[in-house]
Design a protein around this ligand. Structure first.
Ligand SMILES: Nc1ncnc2c1ncn2[C@@H]1O[C@H](COP(=O)(O)OP(=O)(O)OP(=O)(O)O)[C@@H](O)[C@H]1O
Ligand SMILES: [Mg+2]
Length: 289
């Protein structure tokens, strides 16, 4: 598995002495879909802010395409063009003016000509379904709308890696689905996507790699199947369990599934598992029909 970003024994202390990362070693797969999970204070945001040089490790190293990030100004400028971070709080990200103006600041900083800036902004507005808000002042938008503008602002930079801190937390269900579909289509075109989330159902349905953090450390990494295949182990580690996995375990325990099927990662796969032809026989027997 080729990685685009690597962290090697990264430790980070905040200026007040709080240890937020305590030895993180992690590979972010190139063109992958990675989700960071973990309770409040686990270190997810702190880790994301190391990816494009906003924070510098107190100890350890971060690598981009194999090169050690050394935090010179030119290196950081280059890095930020390639790795876009969407903060949890859009207020920290938005610069002001109208939505259109806000989105053009980033590309203008790349010294693109006006025509190219316009093309980038238009594309980001279209991808994010924000055309109708283009002329609104950003300060007048709802929180969820601001979040979508902040995401569009990162899209307008056309980065190779997009890291989003709790991207769906303040979005309505429809906007959340649209956002993850948009991330999937960018991913299919080669963008590496990383999210942090508390939504374990979303993480399991969406990510190819899960990274479970706790108290500044990585507790576990792997695919959803690797992490949730063993119920006892998941319970021992006190993992938050997605709904589809709970039902899957239940189907196995009640004999309605054999356990050799692929673990479902979303509702559709779960329903397919229940409805697949071989299963009807089991179901009939179990129901005594
Ligand atoms: N500016 C700061 N100064 C001091 N300590 C901080 C600061 N920001 C975060 N921390 C501490 O660093 C640790 C990791 O915090 P972080 O925000 O990375 O966690 P998180 O996993 O993103 O949590 P959440 O799910 O609540 O967003 C916590 O102990 C937190 O209290
Ligand atoms: Mg956080």
């Amino acid at each position: 598995m080729e990685s685009i970003i690597g962290l090697e024994d990264v430790h980070f202390l905040y200026p007040d002495g709080t240890p937020a990362l305590k030895g993180i070693t992690l590979r972010i797969p190139h063109q992958g879909k990675t989700a960071l999970l973990g309770p409040n204070g686990a270190g997810k945001t702190t880790l994301l802010l190391h990816l494009n040089g906003i924070y510098r490790p107190t100890r350890g190293a971060v690598y981009f395409e194999g090169s050690h990030i050394r935090h010179s100004r030119s290196e950081i400028n280059l890095l930020r063009r390639q790795i876009g971070i969407v903060f949890q709080d859009p207020e920290l990200q938005l610069l002001g003016g109208t939505v259109y103006q806000d989105l053009s600041f980033g590309p203008a900083n790349l010294n693109l000509n006006n025509d190219l800036i316009h093309k980038r902004v238009k594309k980001a507005l279209e991808l994010s379904n924000l055309i109708h808000l283009a002329d609104r002042p950003v300060h007048s938008l709802s929180y969820g709308q601001k979040k979508r503008v902040a995401i569009a602002g990162v899209l307008a930079m056309e980065p190779r890696v997009i890291a989003l801190d709790e991207p769906t937390a303040s979005l309505d269900p429809c906007a959340a689905v649209e956002l993850m579909e948009l991330m999937d289509s960018l991913n299919a075109q080669g963008t590496t996507v990383i999210i942090s989330t508390h939504d374990v159902d979303l993480a399991v349905a969406w990510a190819k790699q899960l990274v479970i953090m706790e108290d500044g450390r990585i507790q576990l990494t792997g695919t959803a199947e690797q992490i949730y295949k063993q119920k006892l182990e998941a319970h021992r580690l006190n993992l938050n369990v997605p709904f589809v996995v709970e039902v899957y375990w239940h189907l196995i325990e009640t004999g309605l599934a054999t356990g050799i099927e692929k673990m479902p990662r979303n509702r559709k796969e779960l329903l397919n598992l229940i409805h697949k032809p071989g299963q009807t026989e089991h179901l009939s027997k179990a129901k005594g029909i």
